[in-house]
Every structure is written in C-alpha cells, then in structure tokens.
Design a binder for this molecule. Structure first.
Ligand SMILES: [Zn+2]
Length: 295
C-alpha cells in the first residue's frame, strides 16, 4: 500500500474515532432504569420538594435551604427544559420511600442522617437517593413512572459545608452534592464523564458539581423537554380516595410551570397502586467519595 493511501486510511480512522468520541460525549448522559429495564421518568413536570425538619450538624438551616434552592434552580434554569420544582419548605414527615397504605403521607424529602446506626448503606456513600417508580405498565401509570423520591445526606460519616463557606474551610460541598442528587431524583444515573455533575464520585472541597455540564443539561432536557408541561401535584394524597390532602393549592408560578393539582387522575392512579404490588423503590448509593474523611 502506498504511503499516501496509508495516510488517507489513518486519517479516516482518526476521523471515525473523533466522531465516535464526540458522539458518545454528546449523548453520554445515562438514565436510571427499573429492574425490568424501563427508564424511570416522572409523571409530572413539576416536582414538589420538602426539607425534613432536622438541622444539619454544621450548617445553619438558612444556609441549607439556600443551597437546596440553588441546586433546584441549577436544573430548572437549563434553557431547553420545562422542569420545575416547587420547594415546599420544612416538613416533619420522616419517610424514606413510598407508603401505599391508607392515609399515608408521601413527600419528596431531603434529610440529614447523623447517626451511624441509621446509615444502612456503604459509609463511603456521601448521599443516597431513593426513587419509587411503577414497576408494571398500567392504564394510568407507565412502567418506570416515578411517584416518589427522597434524598438522604450522610452526616454520619462526612462533614458538610455550605456554599457560603470560605474555600479553606470547605469539606464536602453541600451544594454540589445536592445538585448531583437532584439529578438522580429526576431520573439520571452516572455518566462516564468526570466533568459531569452526575459523575459518580466526588472529593472533599470539590465544587464543580454545582454547575451542570452540557451532558447533564442534555439529560434533563431529554427527560423534561420544552412544551411538555404537565400538572404540578402538591402535598400528599389520601390513598383511599386518591384525593390530595390539600386540594387547590397553587404554587407561585413562574413562567406558568405549575398549576392546580387535578385529583381525578390521581384517584385512578392510587387505586391501582393499592390494588397491586407493582411499586418498586430504586435505592442506590450515589456520589461515592474516594476516601472516608472521618476514619
Ligand atoms: Zn450519584
């Protein structure tokens, strides 16, 4: 083979590899899946979030709420998504996962776990997001439709600082961790891109996960595309009747993201939830640190 032909073939290979790398980089975000292989996705475009009423060991309540809302705003602020969160303030509901029993309250919560005896997964996991989705296809609940998600922050083994802390004081950055966990809450898993907010590991003092990478942005836009607005379901539900405990609650609406809850569809949904055991909680440990800072 002549030198020029070799050169052309080599150039083609380089082009192909570049194309493959750029293709994989452009579409590297990873969705979460149920055990039956269905991608998880919310059945609403507007997700209410509560903060569990237990103060952080090291961060003031005001700073925690500030970081929580900044993390939500980071995902909502992506220009190609209609995702909208509705922060509902502090709750006393202490429930991880979804309780389908009669009269049960279910809220999407963020909480701190401070006792090591209560942290039941890998101590190296900085946080844990528990997502509950419908496991079987039904008339009103698509397979993989998420109905609840809760985030636990591991203060039993880690020390956190708020985004307002001085850099030299920074331990695990709460804002970065929350931004990552909200990515899991909406249905994203870990991509193989270290620069992404959804990358699987974090280290002390790291703050780059506060800002979404293009890969994360593509993920949220795939899950919650523009023009796909659905109702905003707030508060909990009376499982027996399927009606929201608090009806007609309106979220302060910016750009029309949230609207009244619509009880009828929910009644059918929760009737079916009660009638079969197809709820499955995805409980994964996320954001593993590269070392245990407290041991
Ligand atoms: Zn993670």
């Amino acid at each position: 083979m002549s030198g020029s032909k070799k050169k052309i073939i080599r150039s083609l290979w380089i082009l192909m590899i570049c194309a493959m790398v750029s293709f994989s980089a452009a579409f590297a975000f990873v969705r979460s899946y149920t055990s039956t292989g269905a991608p998880t996705s919310w059945f609403t475009q507007c997700i209410p979030i509560w903060l569990y009423n237990q103060e952080s060991l090291t961060i003031t309540q005001v700073a925690v709420e500030d970081d929580l809302q900044r993390a939500l705003a980071e995902w909502e602020g992506v220009s190609c998504t209609d995702l909208s969160f509705a922060y509902q303030g502090v709750t006393t509901l202490d429930l991880i996962g979804f309780d389908p029993s009669e009269g049960a309250l279910n809220q999407n919560t963020v909480s701190f776990v401070q006792e090591r005896s209560n942290w039941l997964t890998d101590p190296l996991a900085v946080a844990l997001t528990t997502v509950t989705s419908c496991q079987n296809e039904t008339e009103v609940c698509a397979e993989g439709a998420t109905i609840d998600a809760d985030i636990e922050i591991n203060e039993a083994y880690y020390v956190f600082t708020a985004s307002e802390a001085e850099p030299q004081e920074r331990r695990m950055d709460l804002l970065s961790i929350l931004t990552h966990e909200f990515g899991h809450l909406i249905g994203l898993d870990h991509p193989p891109l270290p620069e992404a907010t959804m990358y699987m590991s974090s280290v002390e003092g790291e703050i780059k996960k506060r800002d979404l990478a293009p890969d994360d942005e593509q993920g949220v836009c795939e899950l919650f595309p523009l023009g796909d607005r659905r109702q905003c379901l707030l508060d909990s539900y009376n499982i027996q009747t399927g009606l929201p405990v608090v009806e007609e609650q309106v979220v302060s609406s910016d750009e029309g993201g949230c609207a009244h809850a619509q009880p009828r569809g929910i009644a059918i949904l929760f009737y079916l939830l009660l009638s079969s055991s197809f709820i499955r909680a995805l409980r994964n440990k996320y954001v593993q640190s590269e070392r245990d800072y407290l041991s």
